[in-house]
Design a protein around this ligand. Structure first.
Ligand code: CP
Ligand code: NVA
Length: 312
């Protein structure tokens, strides 16, 4: 499969076959790395890592993934460059595109990552925007595949702030890959209607069922995976009190996990976690092995994205 030169901005731009290919490639790169084998497909490539928002996993995954394949990563934090302050995003994009072979961007506005892609002329990878977090979904799907040996037909429940980057990207990914997706959240925190409509179209092809509910019992019954994320995303700190109030009934705790009626249910979290809010410490620790597999898989999947779109 040839993905050379492609951007990775949202999973909307990728077919189920392409998403499956990236997951398979990540599994292979993971196995190789465990056997002490790294590659050199990014040899001679310079990669810019732009971060307007902080990051542990995404930054480290791009850095290690790039170095493992022989490339050179350059971290550019929000105070290091002019992006959007003293210089337009379009101009910064054109400068970076003359010097770098690939650009990762984590920031607020999704429009900015689109502008970087449009004006830089090199592959641009979305490391999280307010609207989408597509590299996280590849790691989540690799983890689910490792746990269940398949993706299609699994019952996946996202619990929490349903209108954030994680819920949006998980819904797109599940709809494309035939994973039944339930969003368990207050009605006021459901994904955007336009995106739901688009995902329903993907689901018609894949066979995924999409559901949106406030009812905990109904949502988690038969769940193979319960997934949650912080109640207050980066940049929305002023909404903290309101979110706590709205989301308290949706904490992932032992009672909720027992309601699945299955003893094989996994609990996942993109991290960082605020234990005591969206998830209790006991449930987190009980599922820590899977949660940290998921964190490790960020590296293998991000490496796969770089290798597939830029590697020789
Ligand atoms: N899950 C995730 O994106 O983590 P970071 O914010 O630490 O990169
Ligand atoms: N929704 C979270 C995801 C963190 C990886 C945020 O945007 O802060």
């Amino acid at each position: 499969m040839d993905l050379k030169g492609r951007n990775f901005l949202t999973l909307k731009d990728f077919t189920p076959e392409e998403i499956g290919y990236l997951i398979d490639l990540a599994a292979k790169l993971k196995k190789d790395k465990k056997n002490g084998i790294t590659g050199n497909s990014l040899k001679g490539k310079n990669i810019a890592l732009l971060f307007e928002k902080p990051s542990t996993r995404t930054r480290c995954a791009f850095t290690i993934g790039c170095i493992d394949e022989g490339g050179h990563p350059e971290y550019l934090g929000k105070d290091d460059i002019q992006l959007g302050h003293k210089e337009s995003v379009e101009d910064t994009a054109r400068v970076l595109g003359r010097m770098f072979d690939g650009i990762e961007f984590r920031g607020f506005s999704h429009k900015n990552v689109e502008k970087l892609a449009k004006y830089s002329g090199v592959p641009v990878w979305n490391g999280l925007t307010d609207e989408y977090h597509p590299t996280q979904i590849l790691a989540d799907f690799l983890t689910l595949t490792e746990q269940f040996g398949k993706l299609k037909g699994l019952n996946f429940v996202f619990v929490g702030d349903g209108r954030n980057n994680m819920a949006n990207s998980l819904m797109i990914g599940c709809a494309k890959m035939g994973v039944n997706f339930t969003c368990l959240s207050p009605e006021s925190l459901r994904p955007d209607e336009k995106l739901i409509t688009q995902c329903k179209e993907y689901a018609e092809t894949s066979g995924a069922k999409l559901a949106f509910t406030e009812n905990v019992e109904e949502a988690v019954k038969d769940a193979d995976c319960i997934y949650t994320d912080v109640w207050v995303s980066m940049g929305e700190e002023e909404k903290s009190a309101e979110r706590m109030e709205l989301l308290r009934p949706y904490q992932v705790n032992r009672t909720m996990v027992e309601m699945t009626g299955k003893d094989t249910t996994v609990v996942m979290h993109c991290l960082p976690a605020v234990k005591g809010n969206e998830i209790t410490e006991d449930v987190f620790e009980e599922h820590a092995e899977v949660i940290f597999d998921e964190a490790e898989n960020r590296m293998h999947t991000i490496k796969a994205v770089m290798v597939a779109t830029l590697g020789e």
